[in-house]
Design a protein around this ligand. Structure first.
Ligand code: PRP
Ligand code: ZN
Length: 218
């Protein structure tokens, strides 16, 4: 029997909540350690644990049929996938931040500065739209340390509670986009897989509606 392969973040902000979403839909998952793949005994899905940045590409290539990840990662990848539903968790802002002691004078402050980010594509589009020229320093992780070590004047990153910025002596000065977790899927799914996805989305919508109306136990 055919199963829907869904990729979720292996470890990070969205991992636990993604698994909770399946559980809240009545989909049981073996709760062993997060090996590469796990399946459900009561719903036709296999869960693949991957780095979130790799998920759009894998879904585009058909290695996974669907995926749960932040819109921020989907936008950055500019991949050719279907974005289905927003899932109501993992909300964050994509913001520019600068050292706390700097006086911010508006977005023109960024002119001719160096901005560190792991979202170069989104940042490039934004700067272009605003007519600002700045050097984009691409970093794989720990973007928030870049100003402190003299690698950049500002950073562009996702902000959730704001504590990462605070701990690194930075302040948020522009919110460029707001992102949350979404379900994406491949543009080419077999009819059986499309059916499984529709059933899953139906359950997710019902759970979301129920919790919005506050009529779930607990
Ligand atoms: C993000 C971001 C910050 C942190 C912000 O990383 O890069 O480090 O979260 O959250 P805060 O405002 O609550 O402190 P994330 O863990 O999402 O992972 P990733 O970018 O490595 O996928
Ligand atoms: Zn990531």
């Amino acid at each position: 029997m055919s199963k829907l392969k869904i990729a979720v973040q292996k470890s990070g902000r969205l991992s636990e909540k993604s698994l909770e979403l399946f559980r809240s839909c009545g989909i049981r998952l073996s709760n062993g350690d997060r090996t590469l793949i796990t399946s459900s005994p009561n719903f036709p899905v296999d869960i693949l644990f991957l780095r979130d940045d790799d998920i759009p590409h894998y879904v585009e290539e058909g290695v996974a049929d669907a995926g749960i990840l932040g819109e921020n990662v989907v936008w950055e990848s500019e991949s050719n996938v279907v974005v289905n539903d927003k899932l109501g968790f993992g909300g964050c802002r994509m913001s520019l931040a600068i050292p706390r002691d700097e006086v911010y004078t508006g977005v023109s402050w960024m002119e001719n500065r160096r901005i560190a980010t792991s979202y170069p594509q989104i940042l490039k589009n934004y700067l272009q739209k605003k007519g600002i020229s700045a050097a984009i320093e691409i970093t794989g992780g720990s973007v928030e340390v870049a100003p402190g070590i003299g690698l950049a004047d500002a950073i562009f990153d996702i902000v959730s509670t704001g504590s990462t910025l605070m701990m690194n002596g930075l302040k948020e000065v522009e919110v460029i986009k707001r992102s949350e977790a979404v379900m994406i899927s491949s543009k080419v799914l077999s009819s059986t897989k499309s059916e499984i996805l529709s059933k899953l989305l139906f359950r997710i919508r019902s759970v979301k509606k129920a919790s919005e109306n506050n009529c779930l136990p607990q």
